[in-house]
Design a protein around this ligand. Structure first.
Ligand code: MSP
Length: 546
């Protein structure tokens, strides 16, 4: 029996000193695909994304542009929100860490942590990575040649700060990792974190005094004057403040109706921020006596033609390039083709994934133009031509020409659902796409276009085309979470009601994907080509050509 509980999925909140790009879009698309699938599957879903707006880096970038930090945050938060909406991301809330309800609840969290003794006032001296806004240990600093993530020198910083007693959670965290092997995934990432965890934990600062752009420490805490909450702590709390869990009167259980979504099903993140999510975040939650997320899923990175993407190399796949790819054909591939590529070819496992135009074209032509697009056109054309556009009646036949369709489709549905529940999205989607390949193979084996020449064999042609149409209807239903617009179009052409804007269908997925849902006699429409073939020799859209 699959899980029926409310499903809460989150992305990192993105720094507003940057603009959306292939990486931020990737994590958000993964979350969108899972959210849409779970909604279709009848689960209550809350999908959260947003922006991380405080900290020195934002303050400095804003100053460099002669803007207030708030103005820069407003400008770039709008870019992220628009980019994600443009890509069809169906988030239920776009949180900004400057939202009043978030700030209020962060202060409440700090108050509780001070009251419990998990946060205390002390002095700290250590190596600070200004770009990442993070302290690194002496060992890490040495290993990296005293260089920050961005190549600049690390800074020796000394501060009078509030600290979180992270060291007190070592045993509990190790126990968590042992008892719940799926807490951090993929497994290779879990093992990395566990190794570092076993090496020992130091207390971590949770306040800063060297700048002011942050959530002020609650003034009722002794010694808090001029302290702002460290940006990472502020940021991590977004996952519960978005649900109102720390609103006064909530008692940790939360005052609002959205509180029922906690704990999160999946925190989808990139590998570089795993430590915060896999160690610091659960420790903070333990200190507050709150349930822990079910899974922190850390994917790897998109790289470009074998190289890391960076501003200095100027090889980032930026929003302009993404939008050029998303232009409708013939200039671009369309939004759903972009989604398909990112969702199925991305670095969801422990290795990085390369973005290249050549690969994009290959996947587009194989899966979409020559794949489901071609299969749908062929079947719709034949129903039009041989049956006047009315879905033929298979006359009770289900297994035919070596294809037991009800069992083929039901096992595809089961593996897609299992993959989605494991957050193994690429595998889940390829199982759904495989149905369309099976339809192709079946057409090749049964040659309905040849049989149709003989009026005595029309019944047999009807059996074949009903099976094809029904299998494609089920495939398109399953693929709607990845390609909402195009699959809605396929479903409409087969006379079916598509999902709504957030991925939910009028009926639950289990019922919709049961064999026989397509009623004989249903009118179909041919329509234009869904995914026109792309000439591999043609130039790449935008500037991403390679
Ligand atoms: N603000 C913090 C996160 C706080 S979460 C409580 C942050 N922001 S970020 O803007 O730098 O975004 C980092 C995230 O963007 C990564 O974890 C990942 O989700 C995504 N990506 C950024 N570059 C990426 C690639 N090149 N490839 C894939 N995703 C990457 O860190």
């Amino acid at each position: 029996m699959s899980d029926r509980s409310p499903y809460y999925i989150t992305t990192p909140i993105y720094y507003v000193n940057d603009r959306p790009h292939v990486g931020s879009c990737y994590t958000t698309l993964l979350a969108d695909c899972a959210a849409r699938f779970m909604r279709a599957d009848g689960r209550e879903v809350f999908f959260l994304t947003g922006t991380d707006e405080h900290g020195q880096k934002v303050e400095k970038s804003a100053a460099a542009r002669g803007l207030s930090a708030q103005a820069l945050a407003d400008e770039n938060a709008a870019h992220f929100r628009e980019a994600f909406a443009f890509l069809g991301c169906s988030f239920d809330r776009f949180i900004r860490t400057t939202d009043a309800d978030h700030e209020r609840q962060v202060q409440e969290a700090v108050r509780r942590l001070v009251a419990s003794g998990d946060v205390y006032l002390g002095t700290f001296e250590g190596w600070y990575d200004e770009g990442q806004e993070e302290y690194v240990t002496e060992n890490q600093a040495r290993d990296r040649g005293y260089k920050a993530f961005n190549g600049q020198p690390l800074i020796k910083a000394k501060e009078n700060n509030f600290y979180f007693r992270l060291s007190a959670f070592q045993a509990k965290l190790e126990k968590l990792f042992e008892e719940r092997p799926g807490f951090v995934r993929p497994e290779a990432r879990r093992n990395e974190v566990l190794g570092r965890l076993r090496a020992g934990l130091q207390d971590v600062p949770v306040s800063r005094t060297s700048f002011t752009w942050g959530v002020p420490f609650p003034q009722d805490v002794a010694g808090s004057k001029d302290h702002v909450v460290y940006v990472w702590v502020d940021a991590l709390f977004n996952y519960i403040t978005a649900l109102g869990l720390l609103e006064p009167g909530g008692g940790g259980g939360g005052a609002g109706a959205a509180a029922r979504f906690w704990p999160a099903g999946v925190h989808a993140i990139g590998k570089e921020i795993l430590w915060f999510h896999a160690v610091i975040w659960p420790a903070l939650l333990m200190a507050l006596g709150m349930p822990l997320p079910r899974c922190v899923y850390a994917h790897s990175f998109w790289i470009r033609d074998g190289k890391k993407m960076s501003k200095s190399l100027g090889n980032f796949i930026d929003l302009e390039t993404i939008k050029a790819y998303c232009d409708a054909p013939p200039g671009g591939f369309g939004i759903d083709a972009w989604r398909w590529f990112q969702l199925t070819q991305g670095p969801i496992e422990a290795t990085d994934a390369d973005f290249s135009h050549g690969k994009f074209v290959e996947v587009y032509n194989a899966d979409l133009a020559n794949g489901i697009g071609n299969a749908a056109s062929r079947v719709l054309n034949m129903i039009e031509k041989y049956f006047g556009g009315a879905t033929p009646d298979p006359g009770g036949v289900t297994a035919h020409a070596g294809h037991d369709w009800p069992s083929i489709t039901s096992s595809a549905v089961a593996s897609v659902r299992a993959g989605m529940e494991r957050f193994d999205l690429g595998a889940a989607l390829s199982q759904a796409m495989d149905l369309s390949r099976r339809v192709d193979g079946y057409i090749v084996a049964t040659e309905p276009f040849r049989a149709a020449k003989d009026p005595a064999r029309l019944g047999e042609v009807g059996v074949v085309l009903y099976h094809c149409a029904e299998a494609l209807r089920i495939a398109a239903t399953l693929l709607s979470c990845a390609m909402p617009q195009k699959m809605a179009e396929v479903l409409r052409r087969f006379g079916q009601e598509p999902a709504d804007g957030s991925g939910r269908f009028a009926r639950p997925l289990a019922e919709l994907t049961a064999w026989g849902g397509l009623k004989p006699g249903t009118r179909v429409t041919k329509g234009e080509g869904l995914f026109p073939r792309w000439d591999p020799a043609a130039a790449a859209p935008g500037s991403a050509g390679s």
